[in-house]
Design a protein around this ligand. Structure first.
Ligand SMILES: *Cc1c(COP(=O)(O)O)cnc(C)c1O
Length: 404
């Protein structure tokens, strides 16, 4: 499995400075090939859910290795087109987006996935049968790592409830809309493959309501291990079971349907490393803090989702382990890790956060008027800068200074 070594990471940190995000192209390709192999028994397509990481070079890499693209905003669609994706290889799956954005997506020629009846009606009234669409359904399945990243439950804002199928049918019939696909996405970090299989059965029963159906899109939620021993979604076993389920369905109904997926985290999480520097070692009555030159403005997952990121001190690898609380420099509670065993940390040491490819840089901000980190990609064995670190002027770039 392609990984970057501590020595390589240390070299990159020294060359490009810290904090810095590093992405390993080989690992992204490896993950993509894993999925292709696992789902080889079905007519599967993989739309990279690019909200996980949208650097234009990552998008171009995805295109090069054969992935398609899932976009949640019209800007992501435009980035995808710029990266060279054909419109038919882009899927637009927004929510709470105004009708104008759907019209724009239609003009750009991409696949459109509609997630509420109001837009379905407007789209049907305006375009009728001229532009086939997909519909995002809410299968009412509770799944995912925690409530913030669960999207298929009854309280969720996503999708059209499967119990509104009669209403959907009315809209489709009166507007002559062609529905070529139905979609579900129940959340992130789903380790139980039963959730996908249960969802598929719901989708099969919904499929009967759509005469023009070609695609069932099962979204994503593939979990990757964040710490040693952590479970991972068993994509091979899921692939086998889905292939059987699709074959049975085909036998029973005579219908050959494609299956689409929208992996985000699975493709890029493990390719990413976030390197920071220990600024301050601070002993208090309660613990030893390592204060680093970053914060939740750069990597929000620990504070926002209680996410665990494996951390290694790559500068002092042979020293004995001690117990630390790793914190950032933002002026409010900003904890990356409690009670973490690290090889003794000295001021100036580099710490690496693993699994930082997905929802890392992408969720970063300039909170506290701190600068966003640089991004580096290791491709064909070469580390190349793919985003410059912010500079002070970036903080003022869109501000309009009044004469006060
Ligand atoms: C976020 C998202 C995904 C990707 O989820 P991951 O857990 O990163 O794989 C897929 N589809 C849709 C519609 C999404 O919003």
């Amino acid at each position: 499995m392609p990984n970057l070594s501590p020595a390589q990471l240390s070299e990159i940190a020294t060359a490009h400075g810290t904090p810095v995000y590093v992405y390993h192209a080989d690992r992204i390709a490896h993950q993509y090939n894993n999925l292709k192999k696992a789902f080889g028994g079905t007519k599967a397509r993989f739309f990279y859910a690019c909200k996980a990481l949208t650097n234009i070079n990552v998008l171009k890499l995805m295109k090069k290795i054969g992935a398609s693209l899932d976009c949640v905003s019209i800007q992501e669609v435009k980035l995808g087109l710029k990266a060279g994706f054909a419109p038919e290889d882009i899927l637009f799956t927004p929510n709470c987006t105004d009708f104008q954005e759907y019209v724009e997506a239609k003009e750009l020629g991409v696949n459109i996935n509609i997630d509420n009846i109001s837009i379905l009606e407007q789209f049907g009234n305006k375009f009728g049968s001229s532009y086939p669409v997909m519909i995002r359904l809410n299968p009412h399945i509770m799944a995912g790592g925690n409530f913030k990243i669960s999207t298929g439950h009854v309280d969720s804002k996503f999708g059209i409830s499967i119990h509104q199928i009669r209403h959907i049918e009315r809209v489709v019939k009166s507007t002559k809309l062609k529905v070529r696909g139905i979609h579900m996405h129940t959340g992130s970090e789903i380790k139980d493959i039963g959730v996908f299989l249960e969802g598929l059965q719901v989708m099969f029963s919904m499929a009967e309501h759509f005469a023009d159906l070609e695609v069932i899109d099962l979204g994503s939620g593939f979990k990757v291990p964040y710490q040693p021993g952590d479970p991972e979604t068993d994509v091979n076993s899921l692939g086998q079971k889905l292939s059987e389920a699709f074959k049975n369905h085909e036998k029973e109904t005579g219908r050959k349907l494609q299956v689409w997926f929208e992996p985000g985290k699975y493709l890029v999480s493990e390719s990413g490393y976030f390197i920071v520097k220990a600024n301050v070692i601070k002993q208090t009555p309660a613990t030893v803090f390592v204060g680093v030159n970053s914060g939740f403005n750069h990597l929000i997952r620990p504070m926002f989702y209680d996410a665990y990121h494996y951390i290694v001190n790559i500068s002092n690898p042979t020293a004995p382990e001690r117990i630390y609380t790793v914190v950032g420099n933002i002026c409010e509670t900003d904890t990356f890790a409690w009670d973490r065993k690290l090889h003794e940390v000295r001021e100036g040491d580099y710490l690496v956060f693993y699994n930082a490819g997905a929802y890392g840089f992408e969720m970063s901000s300039n909170f506290n008027s701190r600068l966003k980190p640089a991004e580096v990609m290791v491709i064909d064995g070469k580390a190349q800068l793919i985003r410059k670190r912010d500079v002070y002027e970036d903080l003022l770039r869109n501000q309009i200074e009044l004469d006060i």
